[in-house]
Design a protein around this ligand. Structure first.
Ligand code: C2E
Ligand code: CA
Ligand code: CA
Ligand code: CA
Length: 279
């Protein structure tokens, strides 16, 4: 293994081990994981704070590695992006999300949505629209039920391509959400030129909302901007009751965060859904 060859070369030390652990996955590891079905979607609830109602879920990918245990996306998404494996991985996410939407429709007659995270590279990939439509048709699920989250870091060099792709996806019925809103380079450009339906107010603005007047002012301004542009607003990273109450006062009703529920595997979600939706 890489570890033992480094030891043999005498360049191994404990500090390096920490560094290596982050980058230890290779393209082949990732490819194997995909072939062996080691990836899973965890689901985190999105709720309407006013009614206390569940509106949908964000799907967050996890890698259940046979030796290394549960691996979070921060440890492999970058590698997937740089190797191009993000396309098959992203396609797996799309297919899995549609399949789950179908199951929930059948079991619970639910109108829940699932939001998925699309990498910038996948967002502009030529096959994306046809793949999405194929999955929608195979499952018979409405495209309105799958929300596509992208960050402001989608390459703006290709302005026209981004614009065209957004319109294309909107025409097919998909809603587009700007993730981590306000943390990228070009938040206003997105809103000015592109057709998006939702903005997610980033966690780092939410965390200080009760103590830090600057955070509060920023959140207040994003909410007003969203309202003026007729966009759906959702706050992410809501961890406390106080934060959720302040957000309600400011007019952001949809929320997501540990206060309402952590991302959990689908069978745990199903247990909770059967007690909430079946009575
Ligand atoms: P993100 O889309 O901004 O997702 C939110 C992250 O914050 C998630 O981390 C979630 O578990 C975490 N989180 C949720 N609520 C709270 C809270 O109340 N407090 C705190 N401190 N954290 C909270 P996770 O699951 O580790 O995902 C990290 C990032 O990886 C995501 O950030 C997203 O950019 C990316 N990612 C996740 N799944 C996928 C995927 O299927 N495809 C792609 N391309 N990227 C993904
Ligand atoms: Ca997201
Ligand atoms: Ca986010
Ligand atoms: Ca993020």
């Amino acid at each position: 293994s890489r570890n033992s060859s480094r030891e043999a070369q005498g360049i191994f030390n404990p500090d390096m081990q920490v560094n290596m652990e982050k980058t230890m996955f290779s393209e082949m590891n990732l490819r194997n994981g995909l072939n062996q079905n080691e990836f899973h979607l965890y689901y985190q609830p999105q709720v309407n704070g006013l009614l206390g109602e569940l509106v949908g879920f964000e799907a967050l990918i996890r890698w259940q590695h046979p030796e290394r245990g549960l691996i979070f996306p921060g440890d492999f998404i970058e590698l997937a992006e740089s190797t191009g494996l993000i396309i098959p991985l992203g396609e797996w996410v799309i297919k899995e999300a549609f399949t789950q939407l179908k199951r929930w429709e059948l079991i619970f007659e639910s109108h829940l949505t699932i939001s998925i995270n699309l990498s910038p590279r996948h967002f502009l990939h030529p096959d994306l629209p046809s793949y999405l439509i194929k999955c929608a048709q195979e499952t018979g699920v409405d495209t309105e039920k799958l929300v596509l989250e992208i960050t402001e870091n989608v390459a703006l060099e290709d302005f026209q391509a981004v614009k065209k792709r957004m319109n294309e996806l909107n025409c097919l019925g998909f809603e587009i959400s700007i993730d981590d809103f306000g943390t990228g380079y070009s938040a206003f450009i997105y809103l000015q030129h592109f057709s998006v339906q939702q903005i997610k107010i980033d966690q780092q603005f939410i965390s200080g909302i009760n103590e830090d007047p600057k955070s509060e002012a920023i959140v207040r301004t994003i909410i007003e901007l969203g309202n003026r542009l007729g966009l759906q607003l959702i706050a992410e990273g809501v961890e406390t009751k106080l934060q959720s109450e302040r957000l309600k006062e400011l007019g952001c009703l949809d929320m997501q965060g540990y206060y309402f529920g952590r991302p959990i595997p689908v069978d745990e979600i199903n247990k909770q859904l059967s007690s909430v939706l079946n009575n």
